[in-house]
Design a protein around this ligand. Structure first.
Ligand code: PXL
Length: 268
């Protein structure tokens, strides 16, 4: 038996290949862990305007996938991504609830970049209740953090820290809020809160429109590092370095989309 760590992503399929489970599996591969998947939804994009359609997978098929992964194989770490309905969020909650000493990373995906669809507040409520209390880490961007914490849009570091505390209070052990490219003028700032300390990690800002998949890949890299035994802080330092490099090497894939380059995750 190989001693490769086994990691599962419970997430959506991005047909264009840069985000979702495709991003997760590519990142897992580059970080040297064995990736598996439970697909919750399929996302397609219109060639005319890149508008998205989402096709949730039926519960029975999701349960069959979970049966394969958890009962035939077993896992060393779990990541969740796009979970399209309250029923699927609650089911993911059931799957993670009894996993002891297993890193569990919740990427609270609410909407794809550039898509302004109606939000589902009931999904946010379900994530707070069913996922956060049993999670090692959650990795919201600024928008997701404001929704999860139920605060006004986050515009400065004090707001961000307040949101991190509120999210922590839902029971998750660590919160990383990703500042992204618009939060600070010259750098990309992420903040880790573990219930007592804030770590502010700042890296060079890469000026590129090709950022598709950055959020998913960030959380996937964190999951892989935690599976291999890193602390959350060590995992964050590795992930920040590698995501910066993956963005530096990002590229235009089609008229509407450019992903980061997952090859960069192999670097370190
Ligand atoms: O980047 C968010 C995201 C997550 N998961 C899936 C997606 C997207 C955005 O396109 O398609 C499946």
């Amino acid at each position: 038996m190989s001693n490769l760590k086994k990691v599962v992503t419970i997430a959506g399929s991005d047909t264009s290949g840069g985000a979702g489970i495709q991003a997760d599996l590519k990142t897992f591969q580059e970080r040297g862990v064995y990736g598996m998947n439970i697909i919750t939804v399929l996302v397609t994009m219109d060639p005319k305007d890149w508008s998205h359609k989402v096709f949730p997978v039926d519960m029975n098929t999701i349960k069959e996938q979970a049966n394969t992964v958890f009962n035939a194989i077993g896992v060393d770490a779990v990541k969740t991504g796009m979970l399209p309905t309250v029923e699927i969020i609650n089911y993911a909650g059931e799957l993670i609830k009894d996993l002891k000493n297993t890193p569990i990373v919740i990427d609270p995906v609410m909407v794809c970049k550039g898509v302004k669809e109606a939000l589902f507040p009931e999904n946010t409520i379900a994530m707070r209740k069913a996922l956060l209390p049993n999670a090692t880490l959650t990795t919201p961007n600024l928008f997701e953090a404001a929704q999860l914490a139920d605060v006004e849009p986050i515009t400065n570091l004090d707001d961000l820290k307040e949101a991190a505390k509120k999210i922590y209070d839902f029971g998750v052990k660590n919160v990383v809020i990703k500042g992204g490219k618009s939060f600070s003028k010259n750098s990309a700032i992420d903040v880790l809160y573990d219930g007592s300390n804030f770590d502010v990690i700042e890296t060079e800002k890469i000026d590129t429109p090709y950022t598709h998949g950055a959020g998913c890949s960030f959380a996937a890299c964190m999951t892989a590092e935690l599976a291999k035994g890193a602390t959350v802080k060590e995992a964050l330092e590795t992930t920040k370095t590698l995501i910066t490099e993956a963005l530096r090497q990002s590229f235009k894939l089609g008229e509407f989309v450019g992903p980061l380059n997952h090859k960069a995750f192999a670097l370190k």
